[in-house]
Design a binder for this molecule. Structure first.
Ligand SMILES: *Cc1c(COP(=O)(O)O)cnc(C)c1O
Length: 668
């Protein structure tokens, strides 16, 4: 068994064991803040007189404030007990003390990370968090080591980070066309700058939408140098810049842009069927069209199927449809499956050789922090597979290992510090391999064509301090940046520190897996219990089918009955719950029929009973109901009364299944 002692100082603890320490820190920094106030112009005297608390109106106000706060405090306790190892539901757990303390302490100062002026301590820390994450992913952060340097920033969550991934790709992808059109109109043409081997005006639209991100960045940089060397008059320069701005996709809007460039079709966004629903929202919000979101089938481990992806991409290439992005999921929300990132990268590189390009974005909202388990402390080198798998039975499989190894070759990544980073909401992050992409976002790209305008030529890093110009959000919490920064400083993102927490979650999942299999064996006379997808990381799903039942509707009904016991019910006190879990459904139409049939056959269910046209809620058969557990709590392997929490849960589950089977027997 694993030694969990290292975790003891990390969290407040399920029983608030570290309350004393937590309180002392809070008090220290609360007072520190108060003295800061007092020492700013100490001679000013008090505004709130010392006699104020003795007035009735003051007392009344305090009383009403106390009442409201107490009510709030009482109702907050209806929340799921995320801190408890009895909570094995969604992606929530106890929070890291350093993060929580930094967050609360920073909130007193209310920094706004829209710009360094409003968050002088927290904006630089936010950028540093971006680099900490980038290094964990294997992106270059050192300008000495290469011209492509990564950057990252925090968002309200993975959803916004996913939007940003597409937004960034779109602005870069359609820039060369805008530049070429402006060049044609103004008569300013370019040759042999950046990736150009011919004059810019000689490139076809298809070629221009297939420039790589790196090439487009170079094109912008070097064409601007050439323009600056042309010594144009102010008027000519202004005209050129205005023309570019007018010709961009965001300048014209989608409708006019594609009407003007009829030879170019609106682009596709390719995601696996396991993709989070934020991808649906992303294409809606960005006006790309739900119709252009293309779903790739998965294999029976819920990983994206490469043969299907390849087939789709070949079709688009043949029909000359640009592909904006292929999104690989690193740790899917429902199954924590790991898409073959390495093979997606290979496909991108092969496509590049043929003159087509798509960006690769990794949605690692859940799995991003698992990368810490693969990095050595001193050198940040990627570890050998055996090294990663020490103390573990299955993880990382060869496929998983290769996928993680290729993460640094993607173009951008979404990661949620408020999930597996154990930090408070809101804290998502967007990390991009090439920081120069921000020039296309700030709507200042055309300003680069004028050396006299310091907005374009400012130091590459300094400009990032005006964060709000390059991201979706405006005003945003500096406290979240403080939390992530302090947490990453004291628990660095490598296998010797943060990686150990990740390892505990994976170990818990492996243990859970073996226990469910034991349970299935013990109960085989009465029920079939199956784990349809071997858990690749730290989320596990299983289904329970009463023996001899062949109808999906009944299996779903039975599953839901048992699930009632571990489901949050807002009309019942949570204290009455032994454990709290979550579920997922594989919906007909979304999941591939072939795959569904395999899963159902394994459960002895007749695949014909998987159908959409049954309305009776007791007979729902348009989905496959699965128990789903995120094994994120760091304390699941803690033992009491001779067993750990997983043992206790599985024993409880066994009792509940018997109970429901008995009830089912009586009712039939
Ligand atoms: C949670 C999640 C998201 C959405 O993130 P939010 O922080 O909830 O906005 C996106 N993708 C994946 C894979 C997720 O697990």
């Amino acid at each position: 068994m694993m030694d969990l002692n290292f975790l003891h100082p990390y969290f407040l603890g399920p029983k608030a064991e570290n309350l004393d320490c937590f309180e002392r820190f809070l008090l220290e920094f609360l007072r520190d803040h108060a003295y800061w106030r007092r020492n700013f112009h100490p001679g000013d005297g008090n505004v709130v007189p010392t006699s104020a608390p003795y007035r009735d109106a003051f007392q009344d106000f305090i009383a009403s404030m106390r009442k409201e706060l107490q009510e709030l405090s009482a109702e907050l306790k209806n929340a799921a007990p995320f801190y408890s190892p009895r909570y094995i539901g969604h992606m929530n757990s106890d929070l890291l003390m350093p993060g929580l303390l930094a967050e609360i302490m920073t909130m007193l100062y209310n920094p706004n990370n829209v710009a360094a002026e409003a968050g002088p301590a927290t904006v630089p820390r936010e950028l540093e968090v971006g680099w900490q994450l980038a290094r964990m992913f294997g992106y270059n952060t050192d300008p000495q080591k290469g011209s492509v340097v990564a950057w990252g920033h925090l968002t309200s969550g993975g959803t916004i980070a996913n939007y940003e991934g597409l937004w960034n790709f779109r602005e870069v992808k359609f820039y060369p066309i805008a530049l070429a059109t402006a060049a044609r109109v103004t008569g300013i043409d370019f040759e042999s700058v950046g990736p150009l081997r011919r004059r810019l005006s000689e490139y076809s639209s298809w070629e221009l939408v297939n420039f790589s991100i790196q090439d487009t960045v170079k094109l912008l940089e070097e064409s601007s140098k050439q323009v600056n060397a042309m010594a144009l008059s102010d008027g000519e320069l202004q005209r050129f810049r205005n023309q570019i701005d007018r010709e961009t996709l965001v300048g014209l809007g989608h409708a006019d842009f594609f009407a003007k460039h009829r030879e170019i079709r609106p682009p596709k966004v390719v995601v696996p069927i396991t993709a989070h629903y934020s991808w649906d929202k992303a294409v809606k919000v960005l006006g790309l069209g739900l119709n252009n979101l293309v779903l790739v089938k998965t294999d029976k481990t819920m990983r994206m199927r490469m043969d299907h992806l390849q087939e789709l991409l070949a079709g688009f290439e043949k029909d000359r449809v640009p592909v904006l992005a292929v999104v690989g999921v690193l740790g899917s929300t429902e199954f924590s499956s790991i898409d073959p990132i390495d093979q997606i990268i290979d496909l991108r590189d092969e496509a590049m050789d043929r003159g087509t390009y798509f960006g690769v974005h990794i949605d690692a909202a859940w799995g991003g922090y698992m990368c810490s388990l693969f990095r050595r402390e001193e050198t940040n080198q990627f570890c050998q597979r055996e090294e990663v798998g020490e103390d573990l039975k299955h993880f990382p499989s060869e496929d998983t290992y290769e996928a993680f190894k290729a993460v640094g070759e993607s173009d951008s990544i979404t990661v949620d510090p408020h999930k597996l980073g154990f930090l408070p909401y809101p804290c998502g992050a967007f990390v991009a391999r090439n920081m120069d992409v921000v020039d296309f976002i700030s709507q200042k790209a055309s300003y680069l064509y004028d050396i006299k305008d310091d907005r374009g030529t400012k130091n590459r890093y300094d400009k990032l301090l005006n964060l709000g110009q390059f991201i979706m959000e405006g005003s945003k919490p500096g406290a979240a940046a403080a939390a992530a920064y302090v947490s990453h400083r004291v628990i660095p993102l490598n296998k010797h520190h943060f990686g150990r927490i990740v390892k505990v979650t994976i170990k818990s999942c492996e243990y859970f897996y073996s226990k469910i299999n034991h349970l299935a064996y013990r109960m085989k006379k009465r029920v079939l219990i199956k784990i349809p997808f071997f858990p690749q990381t730290n989320i596990i799903c299983f289904a329970i089918n009463p023996k001899n039942n062949r109808h999906l509707a009944l299996m779903n009904f039975f599953g839901r009955k048992v699930f009632e016991k571990i489901k949050i019910n807002r009309f019942k006190p949570l204290q009455m719950k032994e454990f709290i879990g979550s579920y997922t459904s594989m919906v007909k139409g979304k999941i591939d029929d072939e795959l569904a049939s395999e899963v159902l056959a394994d459960l002895d269910i007749d695949p014909q009973t998987f159908q959409t046209d049954v309305i009776d809620p007791r007979r729902q058969a348009d989905h496959i109901f699965l128990f789903r557990h995120s094994l994120m709590s760091p304390w699941l392997l803690h033992r009491f009364e001779g067993k750990n929490y997983i043992d206790h849960y599985v024993a409880y589950l066994e009792r509940m299944i018997h109970e429901e089977l008995d009830a089912l027997g009586e009712s039939s």
